[in-house]
Design a protein around this ligand. Structure first.
Ligand code: B12
Ligand code: SF4
Length: 464
């Protein structure tokens, strides 16, 4: 657990669980515990070096101004205290894959007399389920509901749900306070990449994605100079220019003019960056050149599928399969690596989808291919469509590596065996050499070696 921000008074520490807020009579600042739960999934998510959690940092940055804030991240080895009665508020973030763990902590916190606030994708999507474990559930981003939420917490008048009528402009949002998370004794277990946000939302509208459900057609951007100023803050904090930045944006390139403005402003800063990016933005070679000039070292590209029917099925209008090879060539020409995401298991998929994906990856020498199983996340249009066919609602297995329903054109065994085979083939020594020979000897090579050994151990049972 982290040291708080230095404001905890001795009477705050002495408070025990009561049905009345312990701070009501003393007028002291209420005490918060922010919790990032570790999922119970048996696969690789939440293991190794994990990202610094921007979500809870944003919550903590606001909360710190008015409350005393402590933070624990179970993924890095922090422990949620057994006794939660010293806290007025326990604020927990959850995605689907860690929500059952979040509910365990929430139930314990309430039993100890704390008020529980839940936020994040899953509680946003399934308010009725989350409210059984929380006093308040925040829909979407905290910034847009903060004033009402903070006032209600102080007045002990918390409401079951906080949902903004309109989203706040990003120009009004401050910079996250990294001291909240980095003071953890386990902070060394975080990835060295600094998370940063330049935009919010993505109106592309893929039917399996939660973002359009939460943020609709909205797409907001920060002032690009503010983003560059934030980079400088981290460069000063870390004492070097060549820091590694991960943009956490849903789709940083949705408005190409903004992206070009941002990248131009980043030229000369010396940072190295990676981001989720739309394929169509990269169809122009000059954009990949601009990305390189501004410090891009890796692009996270959601190819999703090389089967045009699948792209149509998931409504991913930004992907044109016929242009994939040009996009890859544009990126590779600049010496930028590609982390390529591929999803299997949609109703349009057959054995041919696996072979086609393998061929595409090998021919185009994709450095870091990531394979996942199509997962209907609650709240998405596709979840509603699939609901009658979903075999279980064990949220611990909604990590995109578990089988949740039978694809229309493949039997379970056939599907899982093909899913394993493609991974083993892509990460065989021969294939790794073919894809990686001549590429910089960096962590991407190390990932390939680790994936080689990992994929040898895969069995169909692991995905069930
Ligand atoms: C960047 C990103 C990643 C990064 C970093 C993840 C990380 N640890 O932060 C990487 C690449 C590692 C990643 C991995 C994965 N991701 Co991801 N990722 C995202 C993405 C695009 C942005 C997340 C982000 O940081 N946004 C910026 C922050 C500031 O916004 P935020 O997280 O929404 O937080 C705000 C609100 O939600 C709210 N809030 C959040 N928590 C709380 C708590 C309280 C108490 C309150 C009051 C408010 C509150 O306020 C916050 C501040 O504004 C989201 C899409 C999205 N928009 O959520 C998908 C998303 C979260 N990822 C998703 C998935 C599926 C995964 C993976 C399983 C994929 C995989 N197979 O590897 C893994 C799981 C990793 C994990 N352990 O959680 C899904 C989750 C779906 C679901 N229902 O759970 C999402 C929603 C995308 C989608 N398909 O819909 N991801
Ligand atoms: S392009 Fe990415 S972020 Fe945008 S809707 Fe599709 S999956 Fe979601």
């Amino acid at each position: 657990m982290n040291a708080p921000n230095g404001f905890v008074s001795s009477d705050a520490l002495a408070v025990s669980a009561t049905s009345v807020s312990p701070s009501a009579s003393t007028g002291r600042r209420k005490k918060w515990l922010l919790v990032q739960p570790k999922s119970k999934t048996n696969l690789m998510v939440d293991s190794g070096k994990v990202s610094i959690p921007l979500n809870l940092m944003m919550v903590g940055t606001l909360a710190k101004k008015e409350f005393d804030v402590e933070f624990v991240d179970e993924r890095i080895g922090d422990k949620v205290p057994d006794d939660l009665s010293a806290y007025d508020v326990v604020a927990i973030t959850a995605r689907t894959l860690n929500v059952s763990k979040a509910y365990d902590i929430a139930d314990r916190a309430r039993a100890h007399g704390a008020k529980v606030i839940m936020g994040g994708t899953h509680p946003t999507m399934l308010f009725d389920e989350a409210k059984e474990h929380a006093d308040s559930v925040v829909f979407g981003e905290v910034e847009s509901v903060w004033d009402a939420l903070a006032a209600d917490i102080k007045n002990n008048t918390m409401k079951p749900q906080y949902k903004a009528g309109a989203f706040k402009s990003m120009t009004e949002m401050g910079m996250p306070d990294f001291s909240i998370v980095l003071s953890s004794p386990n902070a060394k277990n975080y990835s060295f990449r600094v998370p940063i946000l330049a935009t919010k939302g993505c109106p592309v509208g893929c039917n399996f994605c939660t973002t359009p459900t939460i943020y609709g057609k909205s797409f907001r951007t920060r002032d690009s100079q503010k983003v560059v100023d934030e980079l400088a803050v981290h460069q000063n904090r870390l004492g070097k220019k060549g820091i590694h930045i991960s943009f956490m944006d849903d789709n940083i390139s949705f408005k190409p003019a903004f992206m070009e403005e941002l990248l131009s402003a980043m030229i000369g800063t010396g940072v190295k960056w990676n981001a989720n990016i739309s394929m169509n933005f990269l169809e122009k070679p000059e954009i990949a050149a601009l990305a390189k000039e501004s410090g891009c070292e890796l692009l996270n590209i959601g190819f999703e599928s090389v089967t045009p029917e699948t792209i149509q099925y998931v409504h991913k209008g930004s992907n044109r399969v016929g242009r994939y090879e040009d996009v890859v060539a544009n990126v590779h020409k600049q010496g930028i690596g590609i982390q390529g995401y591929f999803i299997f298991g949609f109703d349009t998929d057959t054995q041919r989808s696996f072979q086609g994906t393998f061929d595409f990856i090998m021919q185009n020498r994709i450095e870091f291919p990531v394979f996942t199983i199509a997962t209907p996340f609650p709240g998405t249009p596709w979840f509603e469509e699939m609901k009658p066919r979903i075999e279980h609602f064990n949220w611990d297995k909604y990590d995109t590596y578990h089988y949740t329903y039978k694809p229309a054109k493949m039997e379970r065994e056939e599907f899982l065996n093909a899913f394993i085979k493609v991974q083993r083939e892509v990460y065989s020594w021969k294939s790794i050499w073919h894809r990686m020979a001549g590429k910089p000897l960096n962590w991407v090579w190390a990932v390939n070696v680790a994936m080689h050994y990992f994929t040898r151990r895969l069995t169909p049972q692991m995905f069930m």
